[in-house]
Write a protein that binds this ligand. Structure first.
Ligand SMILES: [Cu+2]
Length: 233
């Protein structure tokens, strides 16, 4: 199975990250146009033998160069807000995963089916070495002793909270980052398009074990997922 850690721009695994990449490309086009315009403009001013008499205190020119950036900013802000709220949209989630941050591990609950809950700790170095010697897999500080298994091409609702201090549930390759705040339930929905293992880490300084509470989610096809569920029930 493919392993995802950083976003890979030629292989977008989720709807949110596809939208983010679209927005990135769109903003880069605007940025390149501004850079080209300014470079040409500045070079012209530097190398021109003439000076514009009305450049200073030119009211209409100042009006123009104040209004134009404003419109450019609106053209960037609108899609930015659109994609921000798009990532929080939930259409019809078929599965809920509850996630609790704890010092320093993650607690997962899949309570749509029978009570399935478990803790996920970082894999210790001995087990990691064993895993590595077998099939050359396993990343230090990223591998968990228990992975969460979920189906891909399914809308999944994540409910995130914390048991003690503020943590942050983050998976960069899915452009996912939700704060886990005690006494508050944050939620986000994800739609993963490709099977694979997705890695993340806690992204809010939460104490000495902060670097040692990784996240790993396995996305497999629905048939295999249902088979696993049947084994537990
Ligand atoms: Cu942390």
């Amino acid at each position: 199975m493919k392993k995802y850690f950083w976003p890979i721009f030629d292989d977008m695994p989720s709807l949110t990250i596809m939208a983010m990449e679209d927005f990135h490309d769109y903003t880069m086009v605007i940025l390149t146009m501004i850079l080209m315009f300014l470079t040409i403009f500045i070079l012209k001013v530097i190398f021109s033998p003439f000076k514009n008499l009305y450049l200073v205190e030119g009211q209409s020119l100042e009006f123009f160069w104040t209004i134009l950036p404003m419109f450019i900013l609106i053209f960037i802000a609108y899609p930015s807000l659109f994609y921000l709220y798009f990532s929080e949209l939930s259409f019809n989630p078929s599965l809920t995963l509850k996630i609790f941050g704890a010092q320093w591990y993650w607690i997962y609950e899949l309570s749509d089916f029978s009570e399935m809950n478990f803790n996920s700790y970082m894999m210790n170095d001995d087990n990691l070495f064993e895993l590595k010697s077998k099939n050359n897999l396993g990343w230090r500080l990223l591998e968990c002793d228990t992975r969460v298994t979920l189906p891909f091409e399914t809308e999944i609702r994540l409910l995130v909270s914390s048991q003690d201090v503020i943590h942050s549930f983050s998976i960069p390759s899915l452009s996912l980052k939700v704060d886990a705040i005690p006494g508050r339930l944050n939620w986000v929905s994800i739609f993963v398009k490709r099977p694979g293992t997705y890695y993340g880490q806690c992204s809010e300084i939460c104490g000495v074990g902060h670097a040692f509470m990784p996240i790993s989610l396995d996305f497999i096809n629905k048939k295999d997922f249902i088979e696993i569920l049947n084994k537990f029930n």
